[in-house]
Design a protein around this ligand. Structure first.
Ligand code: G
Ligand code: G
Ligand code: MN
Ligand code: NA
Length: 251
């Protein structure tokens, strides 16, 4: 059986599950958001990483129905926690933003799940810069007007240039975990992150980091004036039940 076939079957047979990784505010040490991360547990192949199957879903077009499932499921899961208050971050494939029905579907899901757009953040990778920019930027502006935040994910690993950062209406850039890993011990990496932070400030973008795994790295990140992030140091991605317990202790 091809993975492409298995993927469309998986959607019908409910083999996908969403995990949620907390984002922590470093000043208050409170959870300010959770990022939805998809997991696929295939009956024979076992757990398959999204790094493997998302590109195949993108190629086959299945990313559109799958992406819609992710948005609805995540809004339903997190809706009951909004009183904390909490933002929900969802990864959106650049292909989804090329879909003419994306905005309509998004509005429909928010209404159906009674989820406030102000509590939603969409994470988009640098692949977006290769798409038809006029239409994508128009869509992004509409999403922002609704109150949705837009984050540039995996920043620094792809095509990000000064021009793109200026042209696309992002609120947040998320520095990729490859920059953050052991940063406290790497002076060249510190210089790179320091210049990315300066650039972000100049462009009025908020900086988030991912991949915080130890206290030394966290302290260096805080000294750069970054005040939000995620990483195994705080919590790995959690099942919805694990998240419920985590929120009771942390918030
Ligand atoms: O959680 P994990 O490290 O296994 O995720 C690997 C990659 O897969 C991440 O970089 C992430 O961007 C991507 N990914 C995870 N969940 C989703 C999702 O729901 N939608 C999309 N488009 N990508 C996802
Ligand atoms: O979409 P994005 O690439 O931002 O997804 C973040 C991914 O990074 C998640 O799949 C998550 O499993 C992974 N991740 C989160 N925290 C850490 C961490 O501290 N270290 C490492 N190596 N990976 C992490
Ligand atoms: Mn992400
Ligand atoms: Na990332």
């Amino acid at each position: 059986e091809s993975m492409e076939k298995a993927l469309s079957k998986a959607l019908v047979e409910n083999q996908f599950e969403l995990y949620y990784q907390p984002f922590i505010c470093f000043n208050t040490r409170k959870i300010v958001a959770v990022e939805a991360l998809i997991r696929w547990n295939h009956p024979y192949w076992g757990l398959i990483s999204p790094d493997k199957f998302i590109p195949i879903a993108e190629k086959s077009g299945l990313i559109l129905p799958l992406g819609e499932w992710i948005i609805r499921e995540a809004c339903l899961d997190i809706q009951e926690f909004l009183s904390y208050p909490l933002k929900l971050a969802i990864n959106i494939s650049p292909h989804q933003l090329q879909d003419t029905f994306f905005l309509r579907n998004m509005i429909k899901i928010l209404q159906e799940t009674k989820f406030y757009p102000q509590n939603l953040s969409l994470e988009i990778t640098e692949g977006i810069f290769l798409e038809n920019s006029t239409n994508v930027i128009k869509l992004m502006v509409k999403l922002k007007k609704m109150g949705i935040s837009l984050a540039l994910d995996d920043f620094g690993t792809g095509y990000a240039g000064l021009k793109y950062l200026n042209d696309f209406p992002f609120d947040v850039i998320k520095l990729d975990k490859s920059f953050i890993h052991n940063i406290a011990r790497k002076s060249r990496q510190k210089a790179i992150v320091n210049s990315m932070v300066t650039l972000a400030k100049t462009l009025n973008l908020t900086v988030h980091v991912e991949g915080i795994e130890n206290n030394d790295d966290l302290n260096w990140i805080i000294s750069e004036g970054i005040n939000q992030g995620q990483g195994y140091f705080f919590s790995p991605p959690l099942s919805i039940n694990q998240l419920k317990s985590f929120l009771k202790i942390w918030v």
